[in-house]
Ligand binder design. Structure first.
Ligand SMILES: Cc1ncc(COP(=O)(O)O)c(C=O)c1O
Length: 375
């Protein structure tokens, strides 16, 4: 650190230079991210609550109540009854915490998870000393139930289900997995970090049918900072059984509340307040409209790439995966498009709210032009 401080304008100049090097969602070229520009209202609210520490919640009962409302609103969105939980920094922290609780509550160490599971589960297993068993997926990238059934045993502490996989948007058979979890008395964690804010609305719009099993799901991850339009860092971990939280309870003798159940100590109250603000402002109706537009744009993109002759997977939610020759991928990148690839090397586009109909049109037109040049 420098001995003397700089003038405000000088610091701002440095900051603006840094920001200019960053990509912007508003530019419409970021096609491989699960984040987007937060809602304008969430930005305002975030700055009002920036000093709130939910890790010392006795000092901030007002914001703590907002956090409780976020938890119960998201539980009701998903049809998850009797949930408790909290706001955390991201889907990774939520997933790690879920397995922390599962391990402590069951005293077991084996985790069954689909090939499509997010890499945060690798971190979780590493940190928690859990034994990871990867289960194969079917053509639609859904975990193979018969394989889960075969591999679940006395040592299994949790089964992971994905509701909206990071790469494909695929959704595991939650009812089938919940049945296995109930019969074999194991935990079932549902990772709906991305899909949680999409699937209930797609279901209402008639694109798919989504429902959570009444019994058998232990914990759920759902991230407002993805399709929930909340500022980073904001994810939620929901627990079916408040008692289960006890397994990760840590005494915090010198704070205003005597225990904590989160990995983070100091926690961002602004994240909870901003998520609350968007939930209240938009309501189900507002989010349904966001999802409707994203899905229409996804289907337009799907149609467009098919018409250009590329092989594509029919999208389940607002993620399109298709096969693109390496040269075209590179050429699109040189034109400024920020795409991403699946582990299998397919091209993946996440049609977030900043990926508008115009962006889709521009992308398809660039793709057609580059394809023409190549041919
Ligand atoms: C399904 C799923 N789970 C977990 C995560 C991790 O979330 P985060 O990056 O907020 O930690 C992601 C991130 O893309 C995800 O798609």
């Amino acid at each position: 650190m420098d001995e003397k401080g700089l003038e405000r304008d000088e610091v701002l100049r440095i900051l603006m230079d840094a920001r200019r090097r960053d990509e912007r969602y508003g530019g419409g070229r970021i096609l491989g991210s699960m984040c987007t520009e937060p809602h304008w209202f969430a930005r305002e609210v975030f700055s009002m609550f920036m000093d709130v520490n939910l890790g010392d919640a006795g000092l901030f009962p007002g914001t703590k109540a907002l956090e409780r409302e976020v938890v119960s609103a998201l539980a009701s969105l998903l049809g998850f009854k009797y949930a408790s939980g909290f706001v955390v920094t991201g889907g990774s922290e939520a997933n790690i915490t879920a397995l922390w609780a599962a391990r402590n509550a069951t005293g077991k160490r084996k985790v069954l998870l689909p090939e499509t599971a997010h890499f945060s589960f690798d971190k979780a297993c590493d940190i928690l000393g859990l034994e990871k068993e990867v289960v194969g997926v079917d053509e639609e990238k859904r975990i193979r139930l018969e394989e889960v059934e075969r591999r679940v045993d006395e040592e299994t502490c949790a089964i992971i289900a994905v509701a909206g996989s990071t790469e494909y948007g695929s959704v595991d058979d939650l009812h089938g997995l919940a049945r296995i979890a109930r019969e074999r008395e194991t935990w079932l964690h549902v990772d709906a970090a991305f899909g949680g804010f999409v699937l209930p609305f797609l279901s209402e719009l008639g694109y798919t049918s989504f429902s959570l099993p009444e019994e058998g799901v232990s914990t759920i991850t759902i991230d407002p900072h993805k399709m929930g339009l909340a500022p980073i860092p904001c994810a939620c971990l929901l627990f079916k059984d408040a008692e289960a939280l006890r397994s990760v309870e840590t005494p915090t003798p010198y704070l205003t509340e005597k225990t904590q159940h989160t990995l983070s100590g100091t926690r961002c109250g602004a994240a909870a307040a901003a998520a609350y603000a968007v939930l209240k402002l938009l309501g189900r109706e507002g989010y349904r409209e966001v999802v409707r537009v994203c899905m229409e744009n996804t289907l337009a993109l799907y149609q467009g790439v098919l018409e250009l002759g590329f092989k594509a997977r029919r999208p389940v939610l607002n993620i399109l995966v298709f096969e693109l020759p390496k040269e075209l991928y590179r050429a699109l990148t040189l034109k400024g498009w920020r795409l991403s690839r699946t582990r299998m090397g397919e091209t993946r586009i996440v049609v977030m709210p900043h990926v508008t109909a115009k962006v889709v049109e521009d992308f398809l037109s660039d793709l057609a032009a580059l394809q023409g040049e190549g041919g």
